[in-house]
Design a binder for this molecule. Structure first.
Ligand SMILES: [Zn+2]
Length: 374
């Protein structure tokens, strides 16, 4: 599909805003696209680039013919006036070489140099910086001059998740464009169209859990992540010795991750599933343990049997019980922040499960016996 707009689903208002700015001759030179990962921000940046480099449509249309050589080159990633960079495999940050060229050619190659040149084919030079959250201080500083005095024919689009991930010096020099998550229906449409889900019912099931991100939905369909979810749910519903054994299995599953970043990702999933689990429990406790309905929070549209089993441990459904589950949930959020502050994924998850067991033991035995039913 050569016209990139045809593959893009959602974000109509953002497209309209950009179109309006171009028509009025007020398109900024530097943008920061922010929003959750996997919702189409980079695709929209590419579609904008294609529209501006299309040889048949005027820029003010913000549309592309998909047929001219400009359109085809953008779609193929070979247009001489479009420069794209992103996080290289295995790197934690965007290296300065991408912006200023290698040490022996400093300032004579790289994104800043490319942008300073006159356009070769179209009327503009366009650069898309993906993974902009991963700009390190040196790379960000190398960009400042270009952001401060953008060449007249240039357009620079940074694509990240949140403005907070950027240094204030970068943030203040870009026009921010916030993107919303996709709707469930849009996610389902993409999952089916691109063959990511096997069928509609599978697409609906993950769309309810993915927070409007196609990337998250695809990851949820990964067999490794699916079995991790099952393992975390089984563990949190279990007691005694079985619980210890299951915790060992979850930690083993993390260790299957090929490197630390893979393990960190799996640990992030384990935490996310624990949050889902306790939120589901709180919802069931508050609704007398009845089955979930269409009005339930999206994460428990399909109430897993493990949550129902865990909820059954609280026959009184007292305020103390709700309080206990709230405390467990709080501890999971704490683990999440430890993980984000670079704690070892294995230590983080082992510590979390130990703590959850301890909290349950210390609170449930004496507290539930004497607590009044709600
Ligand atoms: Zn074209």
């Amino acid at each position: 599909m050569a016209n990139l707009w045809d593959t893009l689903i959602g974000h109509d208002s953002r497209r309209e805003m950009l179109r309006h700015a171009i028509a009025k001759g007020r398109l900024a030179h530097t943008f920061l696209f922010v929003g959750p990962p996997g919702i189409g921000k980079r695709m929209l940046a590419h579609a904008v680039a294609q529209s501006l480099l299309c040889e048949r449509h005027s820029a003010a249309d913000l549309d592309a013919c998909g047929q001219c050589s400009g359109c085809k080159q953008v779609a193929a990633g070979t247009h001489p006036d479009l420069f794209q960079i992103g996080l290289p495999a295995g790197k934690q940050s965007l290296p300065i070489e991408l912006f200023l060229g290698p040490e022996e050619r400093r300032g004579k190659e790289g994104l800043c140099y490319e942008l300073s040149l006159k356009p070769m084919a179209g009327g503009r030079k366009i650069a898309i910086i993906d993974d902009a959250d991963s700009l390190n201080e040196a790379s960000a500083n190398s960009l400042l001059k270009t952001l401060e005095e953008p060449p007249p024919h240039s357009l620079l689009i940074l694509v990240g998740t949140t403005p907070d991930a950027q240094l204030p010096t970068i943030r203040s020099r870009c026009q921010k464009l916030q993107f919303a998550p996709l709707t469930s229906e849009q996610v389902i449409e993409i999952l089916i169209r691109d063959g990511i889900a096997d069928d509609r019912s599978q697409a609906e099931a993950v769309a309810a859990l993915c927070d409007g991100s196609v990337q998250t939905a695809s990851e949820l369909l990964d067999p490794q992540v699916r079995s991790l979810r099952e393992a975390v749910y089984n563990l949190l519903a279990a007691d005694g010795r079985q619980r210890y054994e299951l915790a060992g299995q979850v930690v083993e599953a993390l260790e299957e991750g090929s490197d630390t970043s893979e393990q960190r990702k799996l640990a992030g999933w384990a935490i996310r599933f624990a949050i889902e689990f306790y939120r589901g429990t709180i919802w069931q406790l508050g609704n007398d343990g009845g089955a979930a309905t269409a009005d339930s929070p999206s994460s428990i549209v399909l109430p897993p049997p493990q949550v129902t089993r865990f909820t059954a441990k609280f026959p009184n459904r007292s305020l103390d019980d709700l309080d206990l589950v709230g405390e467990l949930l709080e501890r999971v959020f704490q683990a999440d922040s430890h993980l984000q502050r670079n704690m070892s994924p294995k230590l983080c998850i082992e510590g979390l499960f130990d703590e959850l067991t301890r909290i349950e033991r210390s609170r449930r035995t004496p507290a539930t016996a004497g607590s009044a039913p709600r």
